[in-house]
Design a binder for this molecule. Sequence first.
Ligand code: SF4
Ligand code: SF4
Length: 243
Amino acid sequence: MKDHPQPSRRTFLAALPVVTAGLAAPAARGGQGGPHWGMLIDTRRCIACQACTIGCAMENALPVGQFRTTVATYAITTGRGSTGTAMVPRTCNHCEEPPCVPVCPVGATFKREDGAVLVDGDKCVGCAYCVQACPYEARFINHDTGKADKCTFCSHRVEAGLLPACVETCVGGARLFGDLNDAGSEISRRMKAAAGRTSVLKPEAGTRPNVFYIGLDNELDGRVAGESAAEMMWRPARPTQGA
Ligand code: SF4
Ligand code: SF4
């Protein structure tokens, strides 16, 4: 744990003035004054306990069987016949080039200057174009609201100076959330320390995710649904794409 300190509420609260100022007057990415939120997931620390899955569902009052984040567990078989497991916590990647945004016919899905990709529920008509456009299966139509739903990076919590629920509940310290624009933030320091060893899901999609991984098995790099060498063992039921 020494080389990977869990972000504490205390250290996160220390950045509250930055958070508040950033949300009030967000700046463009590139260190021009405001935060740019991101997440770093160390899969080596994930034990697939699903505490994050449930913590998120409780925090965001999601309908039964629908999830904004999940942890997929894969059985890996190498060419030499040895087997192992790989855990892949997944959520919306809050992409820099989010294909879910331009397909929305009413402008309900948008990317905020602080990096979060959000849905304006008042505008959303539940057409599910964005659900189809997302290469990561990160969206669904909420059974209760009939609107598009997805991870928000717990923006309501971040605005209050708190960490996202999934980060707060992760017992293994696998999820790290913070400001990628702040070179002194824990996530920036960890990203720097892991330079050359971080990866994203489906890089070929060109979406430029803001959710990064350490320790992602090469067999899973670029995959999200257990194709090819990875056989999915357990994952919460795929959200129904309809109201
Ligand atoms: Fe949009 Fe999917 Fe990227 Fe999230 S992961 S920003 S829903 S394309
Ligand atoms: Fe836009 Fe809502 Fe349709 Fe998604 S479901 S494309 S957010 S109107």
